[in-house]
Design a protein around this ligand. Sequence first.
Ligand code: SIN
Length: 323
Amino acid sequence: MDRKKIVVLGTGGTIAGTAASASDHLGYTAAQLGVVQLVAAVPALAAGPWELLTEQLAQVDSKDMDFDIWARLVRRVSHHLAQADVQGMVITHGTDTLEETAWFLQALLGPDKPVVLTCAMRPATALAPDGPQNLLDAVAVASHPGACGVLAVCAGVVHGAREVQKVHTYRLDAFSSGDAGPLAYVENGGLRLLRNWPAAPAGQAQTAMKNIANLGEKRRWPRVDIVLSHAGADGAVVRALVADGVRGLVVAGTGNGSLHHALESALLQAQAAGVKVVRATRCLEGRVLSSPDDALADSQGLSPVKARISLLLELLAASDAPA
Ligand code: SIN
């Protein structure tokens, strides 16, 4: 019987990081080992009921993730998923922007096969690295019958791309799905599913895909920034961004998306001048509950960094609309 293929794409991160000392969890350099080495370090991967294909897409500390890498990544992911004999994919990634890449891929592709991002909080050279187990768990999820959508696997927990957020600076279990809760747990290679796999988002995905193809890797993407409401916020940063040609702004408001009045007034002026403005919350849990007379759109439950990605895609899609 043909074994299903799982493609493992490497992008760098702490999972591929190395340090001079096995006890050093901080003074390491991310993105040093290739994806072939990561797979080779987990003997159980060679014994599984799958055929693994590896590809090194990038080698970065994910704090430096950029549009060029995202553009290449979305093309390679859609290429591999289109192959009938590919059952799913795993992407090794740094933890710092993992949730952004996860949402970018989910919002664009909404795949009906699993695309599982995984990572590590300790470098590969640590006394007890967490990357090898995370990688094994991610491959188990990618090969699970019925799994679909963009997922994140870390410390035995499976999160959906929409909810996943890094919430801790150094614990191994650094991610949370907030009040939605995890999708599943990986238990000794098996899966305990807690809720449904993520559904494909409706909307502009196809147009945005076309735009990404058109943009190429070196062209400029629309500029979308995030601003924060806080005590004493005065809106100067909004005015500076508008003067600099920003196309979209996400504001991380307090509580239920409330804004300092001075910041709000600058944002309303920006909106009146044609800048797209979206209101999210700086709270880690919950979502902005809107009311009909809100002057600024809310982020539909997305965190500020994910709302920024959706706004980027919306602007990309609009740039392809007929005049
Ligand atoms: C990174 O995000 O690439 C570095 C930090 C990590 O992976 O934990």
